[in-house]
Design a protein around this ligand. Structure first.
Ligand code: FAD
Length: 542
């Protein structure tokens, strides 16, 4: 498959039959895993407008599809976060008399038939949903369109996930950008030229005039309450409690986290051990996080980034709202994305998110286990279960790598710089296949997102669009000294080393490590570095 953009266009073309069908007895909005909010939600707003026009109730459905979660290596944490946010959405819809129903469906390939059956049981002639850009999901939705057309049901799929949707920011020749900087420059131009289109806020849904008499329209297999677990994806009680505290559900929580990033002048040094919304061990600082973001974002030892990724991945808050909020903060009318200001740099990061969705939409092979750079497909990877386990458990004997992996294992989230360090270490120092790391991240992280995760991994493995050049290997010890100069991050996540001070913390001697019961490094960086350079230079050779 070269590109699924034609598929996307097909999807949209199929959404607009020449004649609108007669109003049925209801309008349905199909909420997906990436749009768990009621504010600024385009498909929901359009569904609501249609319901008002036809004077019929609006219903919201959410289909739990465990086979999809398995296929995408969804983490239990992400599933739990989904359900917690869904419950919050249901609560917000309640005063509006809009019911939210859930149902579980397997096997995934019959899901389109199931959707049509459900729509017919609701006597619904209008279905709305936001587009999911993953290939399997696009194919599923194309099938929904086909089946719906047979039944004279109008389906409308809407772009909502990105600020500028895939396919819009292209080269002069109309091709996809494969380098970030020109993409981002053009992205800003396009965005500023159509600000109200791209940043306009979608209306809140209107209340259903009467309480929907659920017993008259619900088929028995639909649940009126959101379950608190999905079979096969249950989180253990302790982890669920930690996740709920670290990552509280709901748009209000997301807005508070955004506001804390934009406005609060104190920054915690607690390294996420505390509730990100709680006071933690705060030190009073002069500047808000965003105002120093361009300089401080790579410091793993400081809580200086927004920590919004779980909320953006799940769509608990829209990326549009993030941009609007920064514009309000500065009182500016145009979006600026320069590297030399905190705001500009943060906007650039949001553009990376769009960039990777664009890459996924144009080159779906990247999500099918293929490297973007086909010449890298033959790189010889090691097969070493012991090394892989040590990496996953944070027991490689390289403190910064171990601290970062333990951060992911305990918090379900990892600082961006640390993600780059551990990813490089896996692919270059251990010479283990990047797909193993990509999968482990998806299984552990609460913000696991196919496009950004794949993009980040292929960047680190030097196989992706605009990747890190393979010869610029990270030295984990140098990286450690830069990202965690005083060693606070390591001390926090690797308690065996909590009493070490000075440079020892980054690379303890064998004697010190043995004494503290900390592993010695499983590889020697200077040696394995040469192996990586050799294999990357000549893919296919030892
Ligand atoms: P901030 O620095 O505050 O940035 C704001 C938002 O911009 C983020 O929440 C995110 O939505 C977006 N963003 C920031 N950096 C990137 C980036 N490099 N690529 C794409 N979007 C970005 N991000 C995910 O959301 N899900 C993933 O599964 C994921 N996997 C990654 C794997 C690897 C190997 C790497 C190197 C990066 C990955 N990222 C992923 C990107 C990035 O690390 C996280 O988005 C970021 O650390 C989240 O923290 P934050 O919300 O504080 O980010």
């Amino acid at each position: 498959v070269q590109s699924n953009l034609p598929l996307l266009q097909l999807l949209q073309a199929m959404c607009t039959p020449a004649n609108d069908p007669e109003p049925g007895s209801s309008v349905v909005y199909w909420m997906r895993m990436g749009d768990l909010r009621i504010s600024d939600n385009r498909a929901l707003a359009q569904a609501s407008a249609r319901a008002v026009k036809d004077n019929v109730p609006l219903l919201v459905i959410f289909i739990i599809s465990p086979q999809d979660y398995l296929a995408h290596d969804r983490s239990k944490r992400r599933i739990d976060f989904t359900l917690r946010n869904l419950a919050s959405v249901q609560e917000s819809l309640h005063p509006l008399n809009i019911p939210l129903f859930t149902t579980t469906h397997t096997p995934r390939r019959t899901l389109p038939d199931r959707v049509i059956t459900l729509l017919k049981s609701f006597n619904c002639n209008y279905l709305f949903a936001n587009i999911e850009y993953e290939l399997d999901e696009l194919r599923r939705d194309r099938e929904v369109c086909r089946l719906a057309a047979e039944q004279n049901i109008k389906v409308t799929f809407v772009h909502d996930r990105c600020i500028v949707e895939p396919g819009v920011v292209t080269t002069k020749e109309g091709r996809a950008y494969t380098v970030y900087s020109p993409y981002q420059r053009n992205w800003i131009t396009v965005l500023n030229a159509h600000l109200s289109d791209y940043l306009g806020e979608a209306a809140l849904p209107s209340a259903n005039p009467i309480t929907v008499r659920t017993n008259t329209i619900i088929v028995p297999c639909f649940n009126a309450t959101v379950p608190n677990k999905v079979e096969g994806f249950e989180l253990d009680t302790a982890d669920k409690a930690i996740m709920s505290k670290l990552w509280p559900a709901g748009t209000d929580a997301a807005e508070q986290i955004l506001s804390r990033f934009l406005n609060t002048k104190s920054r915690t040094t607690q390294l996420g051990g505390a509730d990100p919304l709680g006071p933690g061990a705060e030190t009073s600082e002069k500047h808000s996080r965003i105002s120093v973001y361009h300089n401080a974002r790579d410091q793993g030892d400081r809580d200086t980034t927004s920590r919004l990724s779980p909320y953006l991945s799940a769509g608990v808050i829209s990326t549009r709202e993030c941009v609007r909020a920064t514009m309000r903060l500065l009182g500016i009318q145009k979006v600026n994305a320069g590297r030399d200001s905190g705001v500009g740099r943060w906007i650039q990061e949001l553009a990376w998110r769009d960039f990777y969705s664009n890459v996924l939409a144009y080159f779906p092979r990247v999500s099918m286990g293929r490297p973007f750079q086909e010449k890298m497909a033959d790189i010889k990877w090691e097969v070493n279960e012991e090394h892989l386990r040590a990496w996953k458990e944070g027991k490689t004997g390289v403190p910064i790598v171990d601290a970062a992996m333990r951060q992911a294992n305990t918090m379900g989230w990892m600082h961006n710089r640390m993600r780059m360090i551990v990813a490089m270490f896996l692919c270059k120092d251990l010479m283990l296949d990047w797909r193993l790391g990509e999968r482990y991240f998806m299984e552990q992280l609460i913000d696991g997102d196919l496009a950004s995760n794949n993009g980040g991994w292929q960047w680190s493995a030097s196989t992706g669009v605009d990747p890190a050049p393979y010869f610029r290997l990270f030295n984990p010890y140098t990286q450690s000294a830069k990202a965690d100069p005083a060693g606070d991050y390591i001390r926090h996540f690797v308690p065996e080393l909590k009493n070490l001070q000075g440079s020892d913390i980054h690379n303890p001697s064998a004697k010190v490590a043995d004494k503290l019961g900390y592993p010695r490094p499983i590889v020697e960086h200077a040696v394995v570095r040469e192996r990586a350079l050799r294999r990357y230079k000549n893919p296919g050779q030892e």
